[in-house]
Design a protein around this ligand. Structure first.
Ligand code: HEC
Length: 218
């Protein structure tokens, strides 16, 4: 190789390198064989502009309709979060678990973790945050509004939430929801028995909205 060709080759090499370097440090410059860097499958957090099927330039692509989250494949709740779905659930949804002492005890434990601060120890809507004046009292389980509530509607409400009550679907598996419902029904039966007894004794019993905390003035 002559001196001149070495010189030209050397210059040419430097020229090429400088030519590829981009001014913006975030710019990758000219990419040699881009398919080596950009996988053909979709990469959730990468820039998508070079995929022809995302013309809106979205980086995160929503899952395909009907996609089931990992670990939830065994359960898809069939009733939509609408009034019709609520009514349907009330008619069709039945508790698959037997009313055993174990299931009720587990329901009671879960109720103590997730529900008691609003609904109260007896289910009368006098939980601690209600007593503290931080939250309006939920209806009593054995008051006129809920005393005949079917279990399917309970499940629907625990799953989606209702007005001021949030969804508990992420805290409770479907089985745990049914266990907690067994316990809610126990509370309701106990409350109704008390109301009935009081009616016999001609003594009125408060079912809702009463401040029973002796330390807190009403
Ligand atoms: C943040 C307070 C709060 C928590 C926590 C809470 N609830 Fe509620 N709950 C409410 C309120 C308020 C309502 C009344 C909703 C309405 O009808 O507007 C309600 C309503 C209900 C109803 C009646 C549903 C219906 O269809 O009318 C049931 C049953 C119930 N809750 C059970 C539970 C259970 C079980 C838990 C625990 C897993 C729980 N709630 C946790 C506040 C709460």
């Amino acid at each position: 190789m002559t001196k001149l060709t070495k010189f030209i080759a050397g210059f040419g090499g430097i020229f090429l390198l400088v030519g590829c370097a981009a001014k913006d440090p975030r710019d990758t410059g000219v990419e040699y064989a881009p398919q080596m860097y950009h996988a053909i499958p979709l990469e959730p957090y990468s820039q998508m502009d070079y995929y022809p099927y995302t013309p809106d330039g979205k980086h995160l692509i929503a899952p395909v309709a009907g996609t089931v989250a990992r670990g939830k494949a065994d359960y898809v709740y069939p009733f939509p979060n609408t009034n019709e779905g609520y009514e349907e659930a009330g008619k069709k949804l039945k508790n698959p678990l037997p009313r055993t002492p174990e299931n009720i005890a587990e329901g009671k434990r879960l109720y103590g973790l997730y529900c008691i601060h609003c609904h109260g120890e007896k289910g009368d809507g006098q939980g601690t945050i209600v007593q503290a004046g931080k939250f309006p009292p939920p209806p009593s389980y054995y008051g006129p509004q809920l005393k005949d509530l079917p279990e399917g509607k309970m499940f629907h409400t625990i799953t989606y939430g209702k007005n001021l009550m949030g969804s508990h679907a992420s805290q409770l598996t479907p089985e745990e929801r049914w266990k907690v419902i067994l316990y809610v029904q126990e509370l309701r039966a106990a409350g109704l028995a008390e109301v009935e007894k009081a009616a016999k004794d001609q003594k009125p019993v408060e079912t809702t909205q009463k401040n029973t905390n002796p330390k807190k003035p009403s």
